[in-house]
Design a protein around this ligand. Structure first.
Ligand code: ADP
Ligand code: MG
Length: 540
């Protein structure tokens, strides 16, 4: 049989490599921005059209390329960043594979313009699907501009696989934030479909974090600084009471490269042990500086995972540095009751399956409640009967509520039921019968009351949320809400992602009775609220 193996043509090999390097427009953003940083740019501009599907352009004021380099940069495995295999273990640049531009040019239309400072004129190259269409001399400022148009034009399956503009834009913003966070000494701007989404000057790290995540972030940052022989840590963790239900504010940068590391994340989580509520995640923005020789970046095509020589030591140092900071800045657990509960308003219950609530019984509260009931009964002259119950209850309190039914005298429900008299019932026919005024409020948060068969504990805030939720849902569906104009409009601050989400929900919110206008990418002006809400507008 004749030989059947042959070398793949370059453009095919490039397309295959592109499959790994370029998953979506956000991957192009990452590669181009990293190239700009490696070129020592101090200003980087990102221009996007249609969430990157039509255009991703990065313009930098870096060192630019010579005529020959400009042409060579699109060849596979062509890089100025390493020369020998040993260099892989002392990388000081983001790139090193020499694959990005070749891959991108294989699956898009690319226009590159570049000029070095010492040259008067620059070079412009147009490449479409690995094919060089033109190369000519142009007048262009020092630095490089790469415009990537019609991504995946020759791979329809990949193009169709792209998500909605909102989703793709969110991926781009995430990439942009990661790069911008890792390099506060570089000024960045970001434009989408002609509007300015983001603009930050050169600044310090705290300012950069605050610029990206909103002014409110400032008060929640706790500095973390540590320097040992193997590791330098600098950055911030968020105070525990600002922890989030999502992991959207967790950033590790190793030698200014964003990485994902479940292991190091665990180190932080364990430093926060006992300070976070279940299901909440700490925020952190941490820069780790290690000897480039002690890490291997070349284990993942997008370089978001790296391998450390001595992960255990890093774990221990990181954990203790974070613990130390939390201790030093007097971050003690904040009692849930003091937490301003109006701030955490999760309306996501709509799509959740119902789960059986875990009941934790606070014996002190329970005893207090029982004593109160008993006091009332005493007054009605049934002292002996109730004393007997109290004695038994005292004994069975710690056995748990499950004992119900086995021993009728230790059954909590028996106390209220047996001792109530029918005439006192307010709603005789109701399934929830309230007998006498045994309703009281605990910690300004819970309403405790009695039922025919036991007790009722209502989380006021949750109940209020539910009522609002039901009413909003009705208004969204039947579209009959009325809005009350506010005398003093409210200005609310969000992250650019936050305003994007609000924008997506705009029509639903308007149907519930809210009226608002977007001031810019971080601020929203509320001019009207649903009528039933106008008295409670403070809770916004
Ligand atoms: P890598 O970054 O891994 O070297 P790329 O394909 O991303 O590979 O880029 C190839 C080469 O093109 C780089 O090594 C660099 O020399 C040059 N280059 C790419 N982008 C720029 C830029 N914005 N400014 C200057 N040189 C660049
Ligand atoms: Mg690169």
């Amino acid at each position: 049989m004749s030989d059947i193996i042959q070398l793949l043509p370059d453009h095919v090999a490039n397309q295959i490599a592109a499959g790994e390097v370029v998953q979506r427009p956000a991957s192009v953003v990452k590669e181009l921005m990293e190239n700009a940083i490696d070129a020592n740019a101090t200003e980087i501009k990102l221009i996007i059209k249609d969430a990157g599907k039509t255009l991703v352009q990065v313009i930098d004021n870096g060192k630019g390329m010579s005529v020959t380099d400009a042409r060579l940069s699109f060849e596979r495995h062509a890089t100025s960043k390493i020369r020998a295999a040993e260099d892989l273990f002392q990388l000081n640049t983001k790139g090193f594979r020499g694959e990005a531009l070749a891959s991108i040019a294989a699956i898009a239309h690319v226009e590159l313009k570049t000029k070095q400072d010492e040259d008067d004129l620059g070079t412009a190259i147009v490449i479409e699907g690995s094919e060089v269409k033109s190369q000519e001399v142009v007048v262009t400022p020092t630095g490089t501009s790469v415009a990537v148009k019609h991504l995946f034009f020759n791979i329809p399956a990949r193009r169709n696989f792209l998500k909605s503009d909102t989703v793709e834009l969110r991926h781009i913003s995430d990439e942009f934030h990661r790069v911008a966070l890792a390099h506060p000494n570089i000024a960045f701007s970001f434009y989408h479909n002609g509007s300015d989404l983001f603009n930050v000057p050169q600044e310090n790290y705290r300012q950069r974090v605050v610029h990206i995540f909103g002014t409110k972030t400032n008060e929640k940052l706790v500095p973390v600084e540590e320097e040992t022989e193997v590791l330098k840590i600098s950055g911030f963790v968020g105070k525990p009471n600002f922890s989030k239900k999502t992991k959207s504010e967790q950033f590790f940068f190793v030698n200014q490269r964003f990485i994902k590391s479940p292991y190091l994340n665990h180190a932080i989580k364990s430093a926060f042990e006992g300070l976070l509520k279940d299901g909440y995640h700490p925020s952190y923005f941490l820069n780790l500086t290690v000897d480039p020789k002690s890490i291997d970046i070349n284990i993942h095509p997008t370089k978001t995972e790296i391998k450390f020589d001595d992960e255990h030591t890093l774990y221990a140092i990181l954990r203790s540095a974070v613990k130390h900071s939390l201790g030093q800045f007097n971050i003690a657990p904040v009692l849930d009751f003091e937490h301003q509960s109006s701030l955490n308003t999760p309306y996501e219950y709509k799509d959740k399956n119902a789960s059986i609530p875990a009941i934790e019984v606070d014996c002190v509260v329970l005893i207090h409640f029982l004593k109160m009931l008993i006091e009332r009964k005493k007054r009605r002259g049934r002292i002996q009967d109730l004393n007997r119950h109290l004695r038994h209850l005292g004994e069975s309190m710690y056995v748990g509520l499950e004992s119900k039914g086995n021993n009728s005298q230790s059954d909590f429900s028996q106390v209220t039921f047996e001792s109530e008299s029918k005439e006192e019932s307010i709603f005789n026919d109701s399934a929830i019968e309230t007998y006498e005024k045994t309703t009281f409020q605990l910690q300004h948060k819970y309403i405790v009351s009695t039922l025919k068969s036991g007790m009722l504990i209502i989380d006021q805030n949750r109940a209020h949320q539910r009522i609002l939720y039901e009413s909003f849902l009705k208004h969204i569906t039947v579209k009959e809400a009325t809005s009350q104009q506010l005398l003093f409009p409210l200005q609310l601050h969000f992250t650019p992602n936050g305003t994007k989400i609000i924008d997506d929900l705009k029509s639903d919110l308007e149907h519930t009775g809210f009226a608002f206008s977007e001031l810019n990418d971080k601020e929203i002006m509320i001019t009207g609220v649903p009528v039933q809400e106008c008295q409670k507008v403070k809770c916004l």
